[in-house]
Design a protein around this ligand. Sequence first.
Ligand SMILES: Cc1cc2nc3c(=O)[nH]c(=O)nc-3n(C[C@H](O)[C@H](O)[C@H](O)COP(=O)(O)O)c2cc1C
Length: 153
Amino acid sequence: MKTAICYYSRHHGNTLKVLEAMAQEGEIHLIDVTARQTVQLMEYDCIGFASGIYGFEFQKAVVEFARQYLPAGKPVFFIYTYGGVKGTGSKAVAEIANAKGCSILGEFSCKGYDTFGPFKMVGGIAKGHPDTQDLDNARRFFRQIQEGLEEKQ
Ligand SMILES: Cc1cc2nc3c(=O)[nH]c(=O)nc-3n(C[C@H](O)[C@H](O)[C@H](O)COP(=O)(O)O)c2cc1C
């Protein structure tokens, strides 16, 4: 099963750590949505969208990437990390997937070290996250996504 995960991870690389753990479980191509590239998502069996939460939602570049490049009907899943208040989480990207007739396989989220604004003064929140338990949970999530898709094939 060939999977692409389109992601944005800047603050502390928290989301990327989660994706790299998942990538140990199968053939995953990680696509940084801010990198200049030719994008062809048709060739993948399923597509993930991943982001840190910024201002209570997915980073806008990920949402726009889904709007532009997600092929209709592709199975999708979502991943995000957040400091404390996930807000709308994956809602915006899920709406795009729904509008394109894509089946949503699930979502994974966990806390991610956050030193934004005033949190910096107290040494940050969600320190140490994603931790080994978060990464184990992420790997398990991706195995379940894979198993679910293989059963359908
Ligand atoms: C500008 C900015 C805004 C943020 N907004 C939120 C937020 O609304 N809710 C929250 O729980 N965390 C918020 N965070 C914390 C990040 O979601 C968290 O640290 C996340 O793990 C960052 O992912 P990344 O390291 O992959 O970019 C914010 C961080 C930054 C830098």
